[in-house]
Design a protein around this ligand. Structure first.
Ligand code: SF4
Length: 351
């Protein structure tokens, strides 16, 4: 089952589709013991449309970054299908694969590890053109000048080395380099997590502008739910490699429907000293090991609404109105519970 129908109500075909994607890693826990499977992703299905920003949120170990790497073809799924413009990535070889890879680029969290400290910014920006044998020297330099303008950097940075730039400037260089090959999809993996608040806002605004002006589809991987809620068109919530909820920004603005999304929302800091987080609403306990995920609903060990059936029944992803999908036994006919929303998220308790 695909998360969003290929011919959805807007009639726009997805640029990227995930169909029942699973990814396991063999892990050897002790010498001479047979490896066991670490379940990084299980049955993930959703689509991304051109020009759409889809946020991927969840705690550490939820499978967010694995999903981003699979999207780019940097890692193959154990099972399931990833399609780019309708083509199965697993079936692509040689030139066809290289062309698809040009269309999809990644921005990593740490710009220092993305830039070679021994290369000038100009050399770093020229590298993709050289590797893909694109353009003449004059054309390459003209394109670099244009890209610096797009990301708001002066031409003077070209002669500098990464250590001479601020964190925000380096991340802009990384974004400019990701744009050199005119991609159609960007995967931003915690791309603003290491930046100061003001620089973070600048980079978020830059990504929004690039989406608007270049019709870029962006997979925005982050653990920062407030940023994701503010900039993404839709949000995919992952827990232990499974989709808990997929909804529009509006659908998730007040905490969403799934108890995990609601707990994540309540656990997010708010920039208001007059409010404090209510202790009973915060996420408690540790994320269980993906080597041995809980049976039934994987969230049942931490869910404040867990019922006896949650320990044995895997909740299916239920389609609700307005393309909202949620995997929780509180919703859907399989639960025997009427299709009614849970109680709305309570406001944060004033201090
Ligand atoms: Fe909580 Fe049960 Fe829903 Fe899982 S299925 S989120 S344990 S209520």
């Amino acid at each position: 089952m695909n998360g969003i129908d290929a011919n959805d109500e807007a009639g726009v075909r997805p640029i990227l589709s995930f169909e029942q994607v699973c990814r396991e890693f063999p892990v050897r826990q002790a010498f001479l013991r047979a490896p066991v499977a670490l379940h990084a992703l299980t049955g993930v299905s959703f689509d991304v449309k051109p020009g759409e920003i889809v946020g991927i949120v969840g705690e550490s170990g939820s499978g967010k970054s694995t999903l981003g790497r699979i999207a780019l073809g940097m890692m193959a799924p154990t099972s399931g299908t990833v399609r780019y413009q309708g083509q199965d990535l697993a079936g692509l070889r040689g030139r066809a694969l290289r062309e698809v890879r040009r269309d999809m680029q990644m921005i990593f969290q740490d710009p220092n590890s993305s830039l070679n400290g021994r290369m000038t910014i100009e050399q770093s920006l020229l590298e993709p053109f050289v590797l893909h044998k694109l353009g003449t020297g004059v054309e390459r330099r003209a394109e670099i000048a244009r890209l610096l303008d797009v990301v708001g950097l002066p031409a003077s940075v070209l002669r500098r080395y990464p250590h001479e730039l601020s964190g925000g400037q380096k991340q802009r260089v990384v974004i400019a380099r990701a744009l050199t090959l005119k991609p159609k999809v960007l995967v931003a993996d915690e791309a603003v997590a290491a930046l100061d608040v003001s620089v973070k806002a600048q980079i978020v605004n830059l990504l929004l502008e690039l989406r608007r002006s270049l019709d870029l589809a962006i997979l925005f991987v982050s653990h920062d739910l407030p940023i994701v809620q503010s900039m993404c068109d839709r949000v995919l919530v992952l827990y232990l490699g499974r989709v808990m909820e997929l909804a529009s920004r509006a659908g998730i603005r007040d905490g969403g429907l799934h108890p995990y999304t609601q707990a994540l929302t309540r656990s997010s800091p708010v920039p208001d000293p007059a409010r404090r987080l209510a202790g009973e609403d915060l996420l408690k306990g540790e994320v269980p090991s993906p080597l041995n995920p809980p049976p039934g609903c994987v969230f049942h060990t931490r869910c404040p609404r867990a019922m006896p059936s949650c320990k044995s029944t895997v909740p299916p992803l239920v389609h609700r109105e307005d393309r909202h999908e949620v995997a929780c036994l509180l919703y859907g006919e399989s639960s025997g519970v009427p299709l009614a929303p849970v109680a709305p998220v309570r406001p944060l308790t004033p201090a």
